[in-house]
Design a protein around this ligand. Structure first.
Ligand code: CA
Length: 687
């Protein structure tokens, strides 16, 4: 008994000596400052042409700035889950913003806490389940708001008045001053909502950039001409997809009277001028870009100020020398590049993440690291910094050797990417891909399309060279690298979700027999609309593919239509552009291709009504438009007509005289979704 007591005392004394002497030096504190949607293009140290970030620049000057750090799935919650677990989405279970994070998983905060760190998270969490692995947490519910936010804690909800970026920093500093146990090393995550949509600036920065014109990106008016159809069907353009709240034509609904007065002072004059100016075309896009980018940068000015506040506190309190400070954001963002805002794509601006590490005495200050790194590396790095063993299951690799200026010979030569949130906001198709230092190969597997970019000749990713003969060896090499990565990261059937969904669609559709050709006409003769004698086509509650090979001689005309102003579908040309419309209960959805079809050549024009609630339009098997659709709920009264819409009209785009002029052949209607291979065969058979 006595021996045991002495033993415990000795252990206690050794522990005390450790803690009060060399312990803190070996186990530094970690402050991880993390923002939402902060693009590298808007950080001075990363070469910003559009703003200044003195505090972040100073952090970079005193630390290591990672130049090639990439997200594994460019959207908020999935990136956060990958960072916590060190694993790709298919293993951590957060594929999109819709899943709930399983907090029983192994995460770096849990392991640090078990190893004796005091752990805290303050700010945006966005993973639906309660945070686990933290001694202290106070997080925004869901996406959170910019003004007068509520916060969740284990004890319940608290409301604050003020600007959220400032409040998160206040709470972090309060924790550092009060809650923190000075006997333990700590790991504090300071996670901002800023600069996420809708980009509401703080009171201090509402007038920053007034009277200034921010430079436009070179690709603001990208026409996606030399890209896959994916880039053409997204819904994230500054031109068309920003709402009045984004553009501050409407203000936040929860401002105090004082805050509201500041907003009116800042925006009302300009809004009045805008209403009177009636801008159109490129001028309107330019106005929207200025409006968007200034608010985005105003949010960042506040982030930068608050990074400065934390750094000054660490200096003053004597913690700075023993504290690793990390700055990053959940992914990149489009600041008008390709005409866009938002993220999701494997293209550079949303793929790249800012990642800066300041660690006095250990990381080589003022250096830039160009190794290929990824957000799955963060967890192993944090553990390694703390001297905690990295579990086998983590897929990332510790960046510690890179921080120390080493150049490991076996460092990765490529990174893996996979985006899943489709159908979803902004309509970016699912894709996976591989990036090396010079090349990027992307597979839009639901579209059956590939893209290859060569950064040496095309840093802005404007030209897909996948089909060019001189790149065929490279395509082969990168495809096998992609397979290797999928195997290596244990993603056994990368298109499983897609296959499952297609099967589900086919099962759900009333036909229940997969693809079925229900109507075919080899050739249409004469110039008048034709009503086939024998037909028994019921498009109700089905997935449907309709189309025809045609060579139009006029810009307007209906290829085929069934139904009228209550129920039905219609495939037609308007101003030379293929269009597709469906109706149910009088409600209409209509999509149109951006480009005209040439009258000098034959084209296969097909429309697909899909049970995922979307409409799609294809020319020669290539998707040219997609949009929200609807199911045709009942069999229309009007029968199928070829080369015109007779009787009651399905679409708004034409009147009574809507006959198609030109030649038409191989007109088909399928129950089910015809894939690209099927459309290719259709074209071949029609020749
Ligand atoms: Ca984000």
């Amino acid at each position: 008994m006595k021996h045991k007591q002495i033993f415990l005392v000795v252990i206690g004394v050794i522990f005390w000596i450790f803690q009060s002497t060399g312990f803190a030096v070996n186990r530094p504190n970690i402050v991880f400052i993390f923002t939402d949607d902060h693009a590298y293009q808007a950080i001075g140290a990363y070469g910003s042409r559009i703003n200044r970030t003195p505090n972040l620049d100073q952090l970079a000057a005193q630390g290591v700035r990672f130049e090639n750090c990439y997200v594994c799935n460019s959207i908020c919650a999935p990136s956060r889950a990958a960072i916590l677990t060190g694993k790709h989405s298919h293993l951590n279970g957060v594929f999109t913003n819709r899943e709930r994070f399983d907090g029983t998983q192994t995460t770096f905060p849990k392991l640090l806490r078990e190893a004796g760190y005091q752990t805290a998270i303050i700010g945006k969490w966005h993973l639906k389940s309660d945070p686990t692995g933290f001694d202290f947490w106070e997080v925004l519910p869901g996406q959170g708001v910019y003004y007068n936010p509520a916060f969740l804690t284990p004890q319940g909800r608290t409301n604050y008045t003020g600007y959220t970026t400032d409040i998160i920093t206040d709470l972090a500093l309060d924790w550092l001053r009060g809650e923190r146990n000075s006997d333990q090393p700590f790991m504090l995550m300071v996670q901002h909502k800023a600069p996420h949509r809708p980009w509401d600036p703080g009171p201090k920065h509402l007038n920053l950039y007034d009277g200034v014109s921010i430079p436009e990106p070179q690709t603001l008016f990208d026409d996606y001409k030399y890209r896959s159809s994916a880039a053409q069907v997204q819904e994230m353009t500054i031109a068309e997809h920003m709402n009045s709240r984004d553009l501050k034509l409407n203000f936040p609904g929860n401002l105090t009277e004082d805050q509201r007065r500041l907003w009116e002072d800042a925006y009302s004059d300009e809004n009045e001028k805008f209403k009177q100016a009636r801008l159109e075309g490129k001028e309107l896009v330019r106005w929207k870009y200025q409006r968007y980018i200034k608010d985005y940068l105003r949010c960042i000015a506040s982030v930068d100020d608050n990074v400065g506040r934390i750094m000054r506190f660490l200096e003053k309190s004597g913690l700075a020398e023993d504290t690793v400070v990390i700055y990053s954001s959940d992914q990149g963002f489009y600041l008008g590049e390709h005409g866009w805002f938002d993220k999701r794509w494997m293209y550079e601006q949303s793929l790249r993440m800012p990642f800066i590490v300041r660690w006095p005495g250990s990381a080589r200050s003022g250096t830039v690291n160009r190794h290929l790194t990824q957000n799955i590396d963060f967890a192993p790095t944090f553990l390694d910094i703390a001297g905690v063993r990295i579990p086998e299951e983590m897929q990332g690799r510790s960046l510690l050797p890179l921080l120390k200026g080493k150049n490991p010979g076996d460092w990765r030569k490529s990174i893996y990417y996979h985006y899943y949130e489709y159908p979803g906001a902004h309509s970016v198709p699912k894709h996976y891909g591989v990036r090396t230092r010079q090349f990027k190969l992307i597979h839009y597997y639901e579209l059956g399309e590939w893209e290859l970019f060569d950064f040496l000749h095309d840093p802005d990713e404007m030209r897909n060279v996948y089909s060019e003969p001189e790149y065929q060896d490279k395509v082969k090499e990168l495809k096998s690298e992609l397979l290797r990565l999928q195997e290596n990261y244990n993603q056994k059937n990368p298109e499983a979700s897609h296959q499952e969904r297609v099967q589900k669609l086919l099962k759900e559709s009333a036909s229940n027999v997969g693809l079925k050709l229900v109507y075919r006409m080899q050739k249409k003769t004469g110039s008048d609309p034709l009503i086939p004698e024998k037909q028994n086509i019921d498009p109700s509650a089905k997935t449907l593919t309709v189309g025809a090979l045609c060579n139009p001689e006029a810009a307007d005309g209906v290829l085929l239509a069934q139904g009228g102003e209550s129920f039905g579908y219609s495939l037609f040309l308007q101003g030379g552009a293929p269009c597709f419309a469906v109706r149910t209960g009088g409600e209409i959805r209509q999509i149109a291709a951006g480009d005209r079809v040439a009258s000098s050549r034959r084209a296969l024009i097909t429309g697909v009504v899909n049970s995922d609630g979307r409409l799609r339009l294809y020319v020669d098997g290539k998707m040219v438009a997609s949009g929200e659709g609807l199911f045709i709920e009942r069999k229309p009264a009007d029968v199928l007509s070829i080369g015109g819409d007779t009787g009651s009209l399905v679409a708004d785009g034409y009147g009574e005289s809507n006959a198609f002029s030109g030649s038409m052949s191989d007109i088909r209607i399928y129950y089910g979704v015809l894939d690209k291979a099927g459309m290719d065969e259709w074209i071949r058979e029609g020749k």
